[in-house]
Design a protein around this ligand. Structure first.
Ligand code: ZN
Length: 642
């Protein structure tokens, strides 16, 4: 019911995107796109487009606002070699003086198309947050993100523009994608070696939604689909075969993941689903969601190093949940039909925050990717970070971290604690946990957030489609599960400045946030994989292994002593800086009233600091509150039939 109403209510916003998955009508001539990725290992992708055009002015746009990145991170600086010809003659072009993603030219009389050639230059190292601003190729693999590789004509319904794409890969490379190769011109099945593949004509929306992963060290893991007839698979590309050795226990958990998602949502909105996983130390460690696939990137040892296996375990379930929450159901401000249109990101506390809760906590444990104990360590870490290490929460409401992300996405690590980071992920996850406990307790444990998910994201399986929603739609849907002041619940937590983190969900679920000297398993794995010495819960700072201070928590002991980001610690208690020296100083401080002595360089100055701290090592954990039932255990229990 809600779905149908939302469709009717937002017809104008959804027309282009809602029909995007359909095959374009034959009457509209398609853009022919040839991408030659055979030189991708060097970082060069060549594109040639034949774009139908009428004589007169023509404006061509390079995709700017990237769905899933939520930001204007189309890699315009990596577009080079742009030339346009018509009737065999080169045409001059000018960049729009205000919108630099738009190039303008004049199509000569007698022409019915222009031919555009351009190169996308994959950067050898990350320089921004967008996927075109991080490396898209290594000597052994390439990720074909179509938005990096094309321009499209402005003036019509951009999302509906039909595109007929052909891709050339390095000889012998395998590939996978949610796109379908053209049946009559298909040379080989996906996953098998193919030098050139032509894909069935799709809309621009569908093409941009369907990246392709290729490589010469490749593995496909097929998974069972509990709802039937929809292939679900993981495709991995890496530099060495040993990096594809996913532990058997992790594969077993991945095999349960579609079943647990089916039990949670009751329906799916894809015809097939592909996790495309690229493994290399030069790649971004991140994921980008799509309707029928996700572009997942991790370090080479993502599946072979226990610390990375723990930290990175949530990547695949997180991106998978986005097929429902983010792609199918999408905040109205993110359901744009043209990549030149700005995205309104204020509802990312639903899009990303609920995905953090459902993907990184609920489905991760229900499928067996993490144990309940590991998940509690994760929850303790993020709750403590938001409560203890976020002085920025005293000035900045949670919603602003979402609404302002297009401007804040490339903010430096220094001062993150005071500025706040992308807190709409973790903090909103805690709020959604609290909403789950409200549903369970107010209904006498007969209803839960699972019922909301079935109603809001399920509603019968469909092919990819976009059904936008507003915050009021979310509150109304929750109210149909359990009547409650949901608007008041969320606005007080999301829109108001709150000096303390939302810990009510943990408390209502029967768990208390406590600190002691035992290492937190999740925090420790992070310190290992990110090469950070994390002293945040004790002294209030994070330090690189070489002593450089990454950030300091305002009003923490380190802050009060005068330390700041960018300083380089050279000695602790007159011992040369190391993680071990810091740990020894913390232990010793618990048995003395003497402050911890720090020597640090700042430019050409060496300064001494005295940190008045005596609580020893301090790490967050969850502790059972025996006076309440363990709702967290019930939330994390598997739902799917074995
Ligand atoms: Zn996400």
């Amino acid at each position: 019911m809600l779905v149908a109403m939302a469709l009717l209510a937002a017809t104008t916003a959804t027309t282009a995107a809602g029909t995007a998955a359909t095959v374009p009508t034959a009457s509209e001539p398609a853009i022919d796109l040839l991408v030659d990725a055979s030189d991708a290992p060097r970082g060069v992708f060549h594109s040639r487009l034949v774009i139908p055009a009428a004589p007169g002015p023509l404006a061509l746009a390079y995709p700017k606002w990237i769905q899933g990145e939520h930001t204007p991170t189309g890699p315009i600086t990596q577009l080079a070699g742009f030339t346009v010809t018509a009737l065999g003659k080169a045409l001059s072009w000018q960049r729009d003086p205000l919108e630099m993603y738009v190039l303008r030219l004049e199509v000569p009389a007698g022409a019915d198309a222009v031919t555009v050639e351009l190169d996308y230059l994959s950067p050898p190292a990350t320089f921004g947050s967008g996927y075109g601003e991080t490396p898209n190729a290594t000597p052994h693999l390439a990720i074909v993100d179509w938005h990096d590789l094309l321009v499209y004509p402005l003036g019509g319904a951009a999302a509906d523009i039909p595109i007929h794409a052909t891709l050339r890969l390095p000889r012998g490379w395998q590939y996978d994608t949610a796109l379908h190769a053209e049946p009559d011109r298909q040379q080989r099945q996906p996953g098998q070696a193919a030098d050139a593949t032509t894909f069935a004509t799709v809309s621009l929306y569908t093409l941009l939604d369907a990246p392709l992963l290729a490589g010469d060290v490749f593995r496909i893991i097929e998974l069972p689909d509990p709802l039937g007839a929809a292939p679900v698979r993981i495709s991995l590309a890496a530099g060495r075969a040993a990096e594809l050795e996913v532990p058997a226990a992790r594969i077993a958990a991945y095999r349960r993941l579609p079943a647990e998602a089916a039990a949670l949502f009751g329906a799916r909105h894809y015809g097939e689903y592909h996790w495309l996983v690229a493994l290399d130390d030069s790649l971004d460690q991140n994921g980008l969601e799509h309707h029928e696939s996700s572009d997942n990137r991790g370090r080479a040892a993502l599946f072979t190093d226990p610390a990375q296996l723990l930290r990175g375990g949530t990547l695949l379930p997180h991106e998978y949940v986005h097929s429902w929450n983010g792609k199918y159901r999408r905040p109205a401000g993110l359901a744009t039909a043209d990549p030149l249109a700005p995205l309104h990101t204020d509802l990312l506390w639903v899009y990303e925050g609920l995905t953090r809760y459902l993907g990184d906590v609920v489905l991760t444990v229900r499928s067996g990717i993490r144990t309940p104990e590991q998940s509690r360590e994760h929850l303790a870490f993020l709750a403590a970070t938001l409560d203890h290490n976020r002085p920025g929460r005293r000035w900045r409401p949670l919603v602003d971290t979402a609404a302002a992300v297009p401007a804040f996405d490339d903010a430096p690590a220094a001062w993150t604690a005071y500025r706040r980071g992308r807190d709409y992920y973790d903090e909103a996850a805690l709020i959604w946990l609290e909403a789950d406990t409200v549903l369970r307790r107010r209904s006498g444990q007969t209803r839960s957030l699972d019922d909301f998910c079935r109603a809001f994201f399920g509603g019968g399986s469909t092919p990819p489609a976009v059904v936008p929603y507003t915050a009021d739609d979310v509150y109304a849907a929750l109210g149909r599960i359990v009547p409650f002041d949901w608007r008041g619940f969320f606005t007080s937590r999301v829109e108001a400045v709150q000096a303390r983190a939302p810990l009510g969900g943990l408390a209502a679920a029967g768990w208390r946030l406590v600190y002691d000297d035992r290492p937190n398993e999740f925090q420790e794995a992070g310190a290992h994989t990110q090469e950070t010495v994390d002293l945040s819960f004790s002294l209030g700072l994070w330090v690189k292994p070489d002593g450089t201070v990454i950030d300091v928590v305002v009003d923490s002991p380190a802050w009060t002593a005068g330390l700041g980001p960018g300083m380089k610690v050279i000695a602790v208690n007159a011992v040369k800086w190391s993680a071990e020296a810091a740990a020894d100083a913390l232990k010793a401080a618990a048995h003395t009233t003497e402050p911890i002595a720090i020597s640090a360089e700042q430019g050409d100055v060496v300064r001494s600091f005295r940190i008045d701290y005596h609580d020893g090592e301090r790490h967050p954990h969850l502790e059972r509150d025996p006076t309440l039932p363990d709702l967290l255990q019930q939330i994390l229990a598997p739902r799917a039939a074995k």
